[in-house]
Design a protein around this ligand. Structure first.
Ligand SMILES: [Zn+2]
Length: 369
């Protein structure tokens, strides 16, 4: 059943949903208080309701204090770092100098620098261990620059190629070659590259999607113009070819819902959780937030999507290099760290979202710590 068959929802319904669950069950446990400072005598003197309110105030005060400490030190999160941090969404393209050898696709010359050198530097500064590099339109279907970057950085990067759905092109055998010969582990479906008036569920779309499942690679959907335009195609493909695992980019481009259409899109994204093969990228926050860093209007959405999909089906991503001129790369990596105390993400949840989910999906591609 498509999410379209549900009745219209209101923004207030969404707000209520959040208010119903201010502290999910996986919130930071109160046992983290130090024994020597915790006032048990006060707690025992209160009624049950009073005790809950008291503990709530204590937790919130502790969260504020922790968040304050975090903000004072950009390196704070590194103290707890004992797992790999994997960025599930970056792009690279040739520098103007490199473009002499690896030319841009005509008309798609990039406006910013997105070379692999810059990415490696940003990752090092941000404490990020590995990344999934997604081919985008600056080089269109010419993967030679990205393939070279992958070859030069084994164990650092995994490649997501760009599906070629053009008429009269052997897109499926192109995909097979990129996977079997060049080692790509995912393929991007950019619906705006399909011939006009054709959908991702046309013959070549289905063949590409089925082939991805056969090859054991993931399909990433880029719904730049909104999830509602593409949800029916995505659901149809997931229903017909359940073997193919799916990545939804950037929270499905869902903004914090302020009207019925945005609410429907958000519910459609959550509805995709019924397909166990679907994973969602918590990425490119600057694209969906209406605020500046640290994008607090997205935090309630994080809480809901974690509760719906579970952290093992979510992946953090930055959207380098576009993120560099927004909040900066290192800050992009810090957003969930800043949100975690407010929305009750446990350390284990963080571990999965910030890297472990990617590690499991692309097994053996990044060497475990
Ligand atoms: Zn992107």
């Amino acid at each position: 059943m498509s999410c379209f068959s549900r009745g219209p929802s209101s923004v207030s319904a969404w707000s209520c949903k959040c208010a119903e669950n201010p502290q999910p069950s996986n919130s930071k446990p109160i046992t983290t208080f130090r024994r020597s400072t915790f006032p048990f005598r006060i707690l025992l003197s209160l009624s049950a309701a009073g005790a809950v309110a008291f503990l709530g105030r204590r937790v919130r005060a502790q969260q504020k204090s922790i968040e304050g400490k975090f903000l004072m030190s950009a390196q704070q999160s590194d103290i707890q770092k004992h797992w790999k941090i994997i960025d599930s969404h970056v792009h690279v393209w040739a520098s103007p100098e490199e473009a002499k050898t690896f030319p841009y696709f005509p008309g798609q010359e990039p406006a910013t620098i997105g070379s692999s050198d810059l990415l490696l530097k940003a990752m090092e500064e941000g404490g990020v261990d590995g990344a999934l590099i997604v081919q985008q339109i600056s080089h269109m279907f010419d993967h030679s620059y990205l393939s070279r970057v992958l070859q030069m950085n084994p164990g650092k990067f995994v490649g997501c190629c760009l599906a070629n759905p053009s008429d009269g092109v052997e897109g499926v055998s192109e995909l097979e070659g990129l996977v079997t010969k060049e080692g790509y582990q995912a393929v991007r479906f950019n619906p705006y590259l399909w011939p006009s008036n054709q959908k991702m569920t046309n013959a070549v779309g289905k063949a590409l999607f089925a082939k991805a499942g056969e090859l054991g690679i993931l399909v990433g959907f880029m719904c730049f113009k909104g999830l509602l335009q593409h949800i029916e195609d995505i659901e149809q493909l997931c229903g017909e070819f359940p073997r193919t695992r799916v990545l939804i980019d950037h929270l499905g481009f869902c903004k914090p819902p302020l009207n019925d259409s945005e609410m429907r899109a958000w519910e459609c994204l959550l509805g995709l959780s019924k397909y166990p093969q679907v994973y969602v990228k918590l990425s490119a926050f600057f694209r969906t937030s209406r605020e500046q860093f640290p994008y607090e209007d997205l935090w309630p959405l994080f809480r809901t999507i974690i509760a719906t999909f579970g952290p093992k089906r979510l992946l953090w991503g930055s959207d380098f290099p576009f993120v560099v001129d927004e909040c900066g790369y290192t800050n992009a990596r810090r957003v969930l760290e800043l949100a975690k105390y407010d929305i009750g993400i446990t350390d284990e949840d963080m571990q999965w979202i910030m890297g472990e989910t990617a590690m499991q999906l692309f097994k053996g591609r990044w060497v475990p710590v």
